[in-house]
Design a protein around this ligand. Structure first.
Ligand code: NAP
Length: 252
């Protein structure tokens, strides 16, 4: 898993899982662009931690189609090409059907699908144009165990991630003739700054016990699966969805 001379765009690369993916690619020689929505401080802090010095941060909201297109053009202008895209930015709002009013219900559905599905679809569209011109590329989409297991309190989230799995598979077929390989990584619960408090609470014990390892994933374990799908030699695994859930939910 060597990425010297490769250029990588990681949406949501400033924090959490995306940050671990950015660190992992940079440690293997890639030039990394981290795309963030609004927290410039976090983006700058992550940028400063990446090994090597040719990386960049891009501000864009993935729900803004024009901003996505401009950000990718900016990346190609600086790096000369775009080899790998990781659609990692995502949101997961609570909106249980029995206790959410109709207005909020609709708002969360729209916001979630815009961020977790249509945003990544637009990133794929803009990236694929450059990748086709340069002879190929790789796309890895971060989905979720919730796509398979259901999300009773976050139904829009579960549906958006199932749709993103489906999008990954459709694009794997559509883009194969252009040597663009597309896969998905579906984590279960992951230990990030944002989830640390919950994991240290009594509810955290229940979450950990879902896996026979009695723990959740570390962000670096998700990054490992992403790098595998983006690596040379993984081409024939295009269309694959890799689970990173510590056997907390099994499917075949
Ligand atoms: P996180 O810590 O909440 O970080 C989210 C990142 O995405 C930040 O860099 C944020 O930028 C960016 N972002 C959010 N909305 C955006 C938008 N509209 N446009 C551009 N950037 C945006 O996320 P995480 O927990 O690491 O999760 C990363 C991915 O893994 C998500 O797709 C999530 O669904 C998936 N996942 C997470 C878990 C888990 O347990 N954490 C489990 C399964 C799947 P700003 O900071 O600037 O807002």
């Amino acid at each position: 898993m060597e990425f010297t001379d490769s250029t990588v765009l990681i949406t949501g690369g400033s924090r959490g899982i995306g940050k671990a993916i950015a660190l992992a690619f940079a440690s293997k020689g890639a030039r990394v662009a981290i795309l963030y929505r609004s927290n410039q401080q976090a983006a700058d802090a992550t940028l400063a931690q990446l090994s090597g010095d040719q990386h960049m941060a891009l501000q864009a909201d993935v729900t803004d189609a024009e901003a996505v297109s401009n950000a990718i053009d900016k990346l190609v202008a600086k790096f000369g090409k775009l080899d790998i895209v990781v659609n990692n930015a995502g949101i997961g709002e609570y909106h249980p059907i029995t206790s959410t009013n109709y207005e909020d219900w609709q708002h969360v559905w729209r916001q979630t699908l815009d961020t977790n599905l249509i945003g990544p679809a637009n990133v794929c569209f803009c990236a694929a144009k450059h990748m086709i011109d340069s002879g190929g590329g790789r796309i890895v989409n971060i989905t979720s165990r919730g796509a398979f297991r259901g999300e009773p309190n976050k139904p829009a989230y579960g549906a958006s991630k199932a749709a993103l799995n489906s999008l990954s598979q459709s694009l794997a077929v559509a883009l194969a003739p252009h040597k663009i390989f597309v896969g998905a990584v579906a984590p279960g619960f992951v230990n990030t700054e944002l989830t640390a408090d919950l994991l240290n609470s009594p509810e955290g014990d229940q979450i950990k016990s879902q896996s026979p390892f009695n723990r959740v994933a570390q962000p670096e374990e998700v990054a490992h699966a992403v790098l595998f799908l983006a690596s040379k030699g993984a081409e024939f695994s295009t269309g694959t969805i890799i689970d990173v859930n510590g056997a907390s939910y099994l499917r075949s």
